[in-house]
Write a protein that binds this ligand. Structure first.
Ligand SMILES: *Cc1c(COP(=O)(O)O)cnc(C)c1O
Length: 337
């Protein structure tokens, strides 16, 4: 099977598993897991932040900052498409008690003017903006660094916290040639996923100031995310940061080849094609298209009525060539029923 469903389906490689097998471990709740500590120090180097904390998932990496800086009567200003609004079971409100203020954006990329216009300052009868959230990449699209810098300036002017959901920040970094450190400098905290394109079985990282991470550590425990001998997973993270970042470019090349083939068909209308993601619509029912490709061993999903193709280390050069050939050869009459 050629698996384009998500970069979350990536499998730990043999080399990664070997690193996991031989990892030194300890009780991380007591801060004694040397491998976890090493991974956290590496994340600090990469993000340029004072301190880092391993969290069980990207959702937890988004939730903790909302709990620390948001809360009752407070708002997080974000794009309508934001993952915290669309894909996190409403934890922003149900667990963090924060009111999401999703505003219109360009496919998830906020305009600084729109951000400033929607900030709510103190008023006795209104919710108040506490956090601005950016997401990079967002549906595969890269936030222009200048836009992020402008948003950070606005946040500073209004004394607001900026949370960066950098689940796929490394895809943005290798493609745009902007360091993760520079992206992270436009936010007060950043979270990134190890379990997506980087190919680890689990975990995300949350990085910020010492004071912030001290509180984040408490909340991680509160949420049931205080784990013990996590060095086994942290070793996968170290392996990924050392070996799997530069290769993300290959995923982007595979995406480009597939999107070129799709653009030449009469049945796929490309909406987004960037980094490792393609979103397209069609005059035919998307489920019919998905089924026709599934029969040929090509898997992808529907997301918001669109076909969504995600490239990752699951997909080889040969898989890409084969998929391009299938796209070119498939008879669209098959999509009708
Ligand atoms: C996947 C993802 C998350 C959440 O990560 P999980 O590890 O699945 O909880 C958060 N934000 C974005 C943008 C994501 O793509």
């Amino acid at each position: 099977m050629k698996d384009f469903r998500s970069d979350t389906f990536t499998q730990p490689s043999e080399e990664m598993r070997k690193a996991m097998y031989s990892a030194e471990t300890g009780d991380d709740v007591y801060g004694e897991d040397k491998t976890a500590n090493k991974l956290q120090r590496m994340a600090e180097e990469i993000t340029g932040k004072e301190e880092s904390l391993i969290v069980s998932s990207g959702c937890m990496g988004n939730l903790i900052p909302l709990m620390i800086k948001g809360g009752r009567g407070m708002e997080v200003l974000c794009a309508e498409e934001a993952h915290i609004v669309r894909h996190e079971i409403g934890a922003v409100s149900s667990l963090a008690g924060t009111l999401p203020l999703p505003i219109a954006s360009d496919n998830g990329i906020l305009a600084p003017e729109a951000v400033e216009k929607n900030i709510h300052g103190y008023a006795y009868d209104m919710s108040q903006t506490a956090i601005i959230e950016t997401e990079n990449t967002t549906s595969g699209l890269i936030y222009p660094i200048e836009t992020l810098k402008s948003i950070k300036k606005i946040a500073e002017k209004h004394n607001l916290w900026v949370h960066l959901d950098g689940a796929r920040i490394f895809n943005a970094s290798v493609e745009a040639g902007v360091s993760v450190k520079e992206y992270a400098s436009t936010s007060d905290d950043i979270t990134f996923c190890l379990s997506k394109g980087l190919g680890c079985p689990a975990f995300s990282i949350l990085s910020s100031t010492k004071e912030f991470i001290k509180e984040a550590r408490r909340l991680r425990k509160l949420l049931g995310g205080g784990m013990r001998q996590i060095g086994i997973f942290a070793a996968a993270g170290i392996y990924a940061l050392e070996n799997n970042i530069a290769r993300l470019k290959e995923d982007h090349q595979h995406r480009a080849a597939i999107s070129e083939a799709l653009s030449m068909t009469g049945w796929a209308d490309l909406k987004i094609s960037a980094t490792n993601m393609i979103f397209f619509t069609s005059k035919y029912p998307m489920q019919n298209i998905i089924e026709a490709f599934r029969k040929r061993g090509v898997l992808f999903l529907e997301d918001g009525g669109m076909g969504r193709i995600v490239t990752s280390l699951n997909v080889t050069d040969e898989d890409t060539d084969e998929t391009v050939r299938i796209i070119k050869e498939i008879d669209e009459t098959e999509f009708k029923s």
